[in-house]
Design a protein around this ligand. Structure first.
Ligand SMILES: Cc1cc2nc3c(=O)[nH]c(=O)nc-3n(C[C@H](O)[C@H](O)[C@H](O)COP(=O)(O)OP(=O)(O)OC[C@H]3O[C@@H](n4cnc5c(N)ncnc54)[C@H](O)[C@@H]3O)c2cc1C
Length: 464
């Protein structure tokens, strides 16, 4: 590092230490789990040392943001770093705001079913605290143990039980936010308000590009009395998707409903006939309701082979197996690549989307898909792909080709380019194609709230 740059960094550090205290500033490489960044690092491109501040209260957050705005220094909020799109990927000379000290669950109101917590609370720890009182948020991304509430909100995330409880935007009553000029916006009264637009929703999916979420007011639920889970084997994905559509359009809100295509079924070790597709489904609620809904699901799955309770029990045992550690282990060998792409489309589009994306991502050998996060109107299609190249360059080319093919297919068929991982850098090239005129709205909001463009320069595809 040049003498001049190290001098600037030392000055920045000293100024930040005045705001948050010397023990709350350190320097280290920071990045999320974007596979391309992991591949870059493996190939020898070391991430830069970043100044990381760890504020302990709202005033410190506001003071750091005011400092950043007046000094034109980019600041990226950080939760647990489990994002997979390269949204958390600061460049040299920027600052990261670690929200780890905002780790308090402030109130669990068991009568009104409202939870107030700070943004750095771990998603799994929050769910455990709720479960201990017979309650649930119902938000179960596969990465839950490695997430924070603020990160879940800022990435517009969705969990395994979304068909019943909705995604993170449905769980929010209000948000506590600090804007780049230090303005504090407190949660407004709930459970719903028509006093103007629900502006807190602007922060949901903003990837740290508008301000810092410091707290949330969340809808919670009583844990269901009973759960009835099982599995079915369908001859193909069309038949399985028809069953899922019928379940949702009958008004049933299963706790979990996931259809694995033939390759994903085999990959999961299910002992089914070649080409069969497994549906894992569970209903929940009062005992009689869960049982009656399970009976109705069985009716909609009339053409399928019944597999009993075992697939549901197995799925529960492995629901968090796709961890950050496994992702990193898979990407360790030189030339290896692995990633996931989650799209969403109406029911009528899903079979075509499945066929086109599968053929686009099959370049390296591993190409799997499952359907989960169902709505009356359609569903998410979650693709996993991987392979290895003889060289790092070959791996990058195959990886890039898979992404290009998947994004092109999604845009051509009118699917969304992301259901729940977000944009970051991974989808920067395609986000304007999906958003169209809404990109102008996003830019205007960003310009209005963050005129000096200091908040995360890599949010939602990057500052234009
Ligand atoms: C193995 C694996 C499985 C996954 N499964 C799922 C899944 O099932 N569903 C799903 O939705 N996602 C999934 N993800 C993606 C990831 O876990 C989510 O994106 C998660 O929401 C990120 O939370 P985080 O606290 O780690 O945020 P980070 O990665 O730290 O940050 C993500 C983004 O949010 C911003 N941000 C973080 N905190 C704040 C804040 N307080 N205020 C403002 N902006 C903030 C950051 O600047 C960044 O842009 C998975 C990831 C992995 C590695």
């Amino acid at each position: 590092m040049s003498v001049q740059r190290s001098g600037i960094r030392a000055r920045m550090r000293a100024e930040l230490e005045k705001i948050v205290g010397a023990t709350a500033v350190d320097e280290r490489p920071v990045r999320d789990l974007w596979p391309l960044a992991i591949m870059d690092e493996r190939a020898g491109k070391a991430p830069p040392q970043i100044l990381v501040v760890r504020p302990t209260g709202r005033d410190q957050v506001a003071d750091v943001l005011r400092w950043a705005t007046s000094n034109h220094v980019a600041v990226t909020p950080m939760g647990a770093g489990s994002g997979v799109c390269g949204a958390l990927s600061p460049a040299a000379g920027e600052v990261v705001m670690d929200m780890g000290a905002f780790d308090r669950v402030l109130d669990i109101d068991e009568t009104n079913l409202i939870c107030r917590c700070e943004a750095g609370v771990n998603g799994f720890a929050l769910e455990q605290q709720l479960n201990a009182r017979g309650l649930t948020l119902g938000h179960y991304p596969s990465s839950l143990p490695g997430t924070t509430v603020g990160g879940l909100i800022a990435t517009r995330s969705s969990g395994q039980e979304s068909s019943r409880y909705g995604s993170i935007e449905d769980m929010l009553i209000g948000l506590a936010v600090v804007l780049p000029d230090g303005t504090f916006a407190a949660p407004r009264p709930g459970p719903r308000s028509a006093a103007g637009p629900a502006l807190h929703q602007l922060l949901v999916g903003s990837e740290g590009g508008l301000g810092v979420v410091i707290g949330a007011v969340l809808r919670i639920h009583r844990l269901p009395d009973s759960t009835a889970g099982g599995g079915y084997a369908f001859a193909d994905i069309r038949a399985g998707l028809e069953c899922m559509r019928a379940v949702m359009q009958a008004g049933i809100r299963p706790l979990v409903m996931r259809l694995y295509d033939a390759e994903d079924t085999a990959f999961n070790g299910s002992d089914l006939d070649s080409g069969e597709c497994m549906l894992v489904v569970a209903t929940a609620g009062l005992k009689d309701v869960a049982a009656a809904e399970a009976g109705a699901v069985e009716g909609f799955a009339a053409g399928a082979k019944k597999l009993g309770h075992e697939p549901w029990e197995r799925w529960q045992r492995h629901r968090f197996d796709l961890s950050a550690d496994r992702l990193k282990a898979f990407l360790e060998p030189a030339g290896a690549y692995l990633d996931t792409i989650e799209l969403a489309a109406p029911w009528t589009v899903l079979p075509d989307l499945h066929a086109k994306v599968k053929s686009a991502i099959a370049v390296g050998g591993l190409a799997l898909c499952h359907f989960s996060h169902a709505y009356e109107q359609g569903c998410c299609a979650y693709f996993t792909f991987g392979g290895s190249g003889d060289t790092e360059a070959e791996a990058r080319t195959a990886y890039g080709r898979a992404w290009e093919g998947a994004m092109t297919a999604a845009l051509e068929l009118g699917a969304t380019i992301t259901h729940h991982h977000g944009v970051g850098q991974a989808r920067a090239r395609w986000v304007a194609d999906e958003m169209g005129g809404w990109m102008q709205v996003w830019r205007a909001v960003k310009q209005g709230i963050d005129p000096e463009a200091v908040m995360n320069p890599r949010a939602v595809g990057g500052t234009p």
